[in-house]
Design a binder for this molecule. Sequence first.
Ligand code: F55
Length: 890
Amino acid sequence: SDPEQKKKLDNLFAMRHRFLETDTKSLLQSICDHVELRLGRSKWSFNKQIAYSATALSVRDHMIELWNDTNKYFHERNPKRLYYLSIEFLIGRLLRSNMLSLAIEADYTKALSQIGLHLEEIAEEELDMALGNGGLGRLAACFLDSMATLRLPAWGYGLRYQYGMFKQRVSKEGDQVELPDYWLENGCPWEIKRLDVRYTVRFYGHVREEKHTRTEIRMKKGKILRRRGVNRGELLPYTDGQSFNENDWQLLEMEVPEEVEIEAAPTEYFWENTEDIYACAFDVPIAGYHTLNVINLRLWQSMPKTEFDFNSFNRGSYDDAMRAKQAAETITQVLYPNDSFEAGKELRLKQQYFFVSASLQDIMRRFRNTGMPIQDLPKQCIMQCNDTHPVLAIPELMRILLDDEHLTFDEAWEITQKCFAYTNHTVLPEALEKWSVDLLGRVVPRHLQIIYQINWLFMESIRDQFPDDLADLSIIEETPVKAIRMANLAIVTSIKVNGVAALHTQLLKTTIFRKFFKVFPKKFLNVTNGVTQRRWLLECNTPLGQLYSSKVGTKWATAYKVLRQIEPHIDDAFITQFWDTRRIAKERLAALIKKETGITLNNVDEMLFDVQVKRIHEYKRQSLNILRAIAEYLNLRTLTPAQIAKKCKKMIFFAGKAAPGYYMAKKTIKLINCVASVVNNDETIGDALKIVFLPNYNVSSAQVIIPAADIHEQISTAGYEASGTSCMKFCMNGGIIIGTWDGANIEILEEIGAEQTYMFGLKTEQIDEGRKQRFANGYKMDSRLEEALLAIEGGLFGPKHEFMPFVDAIRHSDNYVVANDFPLYMAAHEQVEKDWLEKNAHGVREKWGRRAILSSIRMDKFSSDRSIIDYSEKIWKIKPCMVPAPIDAP
Ligand code: F55
């Protein structure tokens, strides 16, 4: 905080020497060194995979230097730090993104080309780091990118799953098939295994209480009998009912000594007989864009604490000896592929506790090293919980403060309440995490005690003011089974609770957390999500990025707003150039589709690419989309070839994974694939319609898909999608949204202008009424929807029984109001087709192009840089801490 001190430090840092060079000779030498010396191959012959690993290791060298300097600088300056706790980080690939950040892409491209290698080709060798399910995990990854770029003193903490998000294949019958994703097959060149950073994590056991009491002699006012006439005579303690002769004795009030038991120190709790395992740190450096700041993502892996049981080993029972080792390794073995709460899974609970216990031990060690008093913990760190998955960190910090630091409960609670903030990602009540008291009490018994005590304090504090709401506000749910409500624990403790889009935050305040909002009105705030334009425009759509930079320079990579200056440049020539970039992107996607599915797409320039990519979920309504596709197909079949020739050519594209246990989602995938195979093989409709389901949607395929979309589908039932972040990526790339009044769609429309969008459907407040009407007497389903359902039932797309659950859901319950929105959706798509066919006198899709460009250049609000600045200012109260450049820097 002392400016003099800071200046000294900066001067010292300025004198450091950066010893890695980026000239071609140095880079080639470094790559070859890695091939031979680190990977043990011969520089005379190595395959692309080795070329990738060596190049990545070489890039990593540059990062390590900066990363060490950054850590040293943070250590010396000791600013308040942010710890982003997330059980998922959906990173994707890192080679190109790290090169772009370090501004060494051109150097490497040149060096590699000298030995006959193409950067783009070897980059394809990188296996995605898919340590997340979907939006929530990818958000965490975008946030890390922005934190580093904004030079914030921040770290990420997560888990190093050996198996990431499963690999998805599609069977001949059109079903999703899940395969393990062993992403570490070729090793991960980015991570640094930290043998020196290791903590013990404890499970199970029981809690022994030790009451520290001692007896003390105290003086107490008591009644005493004194023999009359005697001054210093016999004193007898008097008790009522004792008979005495009043002539002989007189009753006196005076002080008498008494022995009392007092609590000399608070009760101590010992968590004993635990099963212990190690958490071992793996660090992934995260480079900021064009800055010297490189921050850290620390991922924990479980390891056996004793390599194996030597007694069993020596007895010859190798199996027994290995069992404990395997059990320990199981914890971080695999990511749960469920993007909703999984009730009762003990291993999942252990993952959560393992993750927060290791992270907090690490955070506390760093804090203790500062020498600051424990009361200052909130001045030095703040932890952001990405959903409730890390919320056991709250009782864990309490446990540390109580049992290790020996604070009183009040002192510990005072500190803990200032250290956490919580982001919610769903309003679906059934998706809120709950852990049965039974399970939680078994896995982490001490934490259960602490949670009860927190709840007791909380209930007492609101009993008078909110007597009728206690049951809903309680952290403990009483029925059907006694359970801990993790969101309630998070809200009670956190300094701030945020939703991820304006509508979503509003719904938090008025629906699921309505009662909490009454108790803590100031805790709730909105921080609309964002995505990093570095990965989602600069990296994934180089041609469009370059087109923009040619007009307004390259500053937009860290200041998206600069792209608004494009607006005056949007003339015919510019729009034509835009379409040129679009052709490149569409051809790239067409090639990927060809490779993965065998489907050929001709004349992609003319073909409308209509894309829906995201997890498969009933509320996201891939159902609505595929029913619309069927309706369009049935309509095409009624047309003459001449009429078909005049129609808008389109591809309806789907990609996404279903949770392996989600029956209806899997049926939806099957239906899409079965419809696709009928439509794509129907020669009577020619090229008018193609339906594609691309297997294994992940970050790297998203980077190919998103730049190629003319239209993107954001069609969730209003009120269900908390935010939606893919929408932001599509818009940044000039995709035009067809969407409902849900999540961030509403805010996007406000920014880019309604003319750029196709919005349709019931609004959140109309959904309940719509549901009623839907099943009221006299309701008539849209005839095109009826026909689509009949076609499925009639077996047009395969055996009817396969799809009856899907059809029945729409016909008989329609929880996501597909039928209500269907005609509105069809009308919106008719408009889309009309607009797509419109070209100016020079044959250019001018109006569409202009709208696409406007969508793209007005997206500054949805840069994750803006989100992170909001978090920093409104919640974390942290400031940038920029590593100064060395004076000998170029
Ligand atoms: C993963 C595991 C569990 Cl147990 C629960 C949820 C998830 C998960 O992946 N959720 C998720 O992705 N939620 C999404 O978060 C995005 C980022 O905030 C939102 O944009 C999106 O609306 C929301 O569904």
